[in-house]
Design a protein around this ligand. Sequence first.
Ligand SMILES: C[S@@+](CC[C@H](N)C(=O)[O-])C[C@H]1O[C@@H](n2cnc3c(N)ncnc32)[C@H](O)[C@@H]1O
Length: 248
Amino acid sequence: MAREIRRGKGKLDIDMVRVREAWARQAEGKGLIGGDPRRRPRWVHPIPEEPAPWFRLGQSSPEHRERLVRFLEEAPAEIEIGAGSGHFIADWARKHPERHFLVFEVRWKFARKVYRKTVEKGLTNVWVSDDDARVTIPEVVPDESIDVFHILMPDPWWRPKHQARRIFSPWFIDVLARKLQPGGIVRFETDVEGYPEFVEALFAEHPAFAPHDPALAERFADAHPTLRQQWCIEHGIPIFKRYFRKVG
Ligand SMILES: C[S@@+](CC[C@H](N)C(=O)[O-])C[C@H]1O[C@@H](n2cnc3c(N)ncnc32)[C@H](O)[C@@H]1O
């Protein structure tokens, strides 16, 4: 994995015309990563038998979906989107056994890695999904049920034609606002210059969120770095951190 890590262009150029065109179609499923989870070929990307804590939209049974909803409602819940190989979540879930975690990683091989890690460590407070989080969160996660969203080092999707794949858009920020409990937090970290300002501007436009509050960093001070963050630390590349709290 370390060899796969690249610095990319360094600074994000944002073409707002293309970005807006892409956003307008995101809610319809344009730009989905890994395609529609309902159509994912199970013989190519098998998932563990139920009741194992793995969810795939349209393929997990209604009972299993209910199980996931109960899991999210019966303890303070956190979601990580884009976990990679799970360096952060495996440690965080171990440190917080009283909390429940749902992890999205659309690349099946990595999702399987995260799942195996949690099984090996005997963690019973983590569910994994290889769905594009932007499809499954609006459809499955109950409103006002989530305490923290972790979005760590998301792909910047440099190419203009890939803008629709970006996680941050006004439409998805609205989804985050609906799913967070009042007082809940979106934790966003990136090494891409220009990305924090772009994301801050998006949150500023949403009435449910307070501006970035650096004091919230303390809550995550002992979080284990993700694999990409470890690489940035080793190469002296700064990581920009932003925290947005849902108000009211
Ligand atoms: C740049 S990698 C960072 C991985 C990890 N957070 C780290 O810092 O090492 C971003 C990851 O997010 C995943 N991803 C991107 N968009 C996603 C989405 N909409 N739903 C689920 N996973 C997503 C990608 O597959 C990729 O593994």
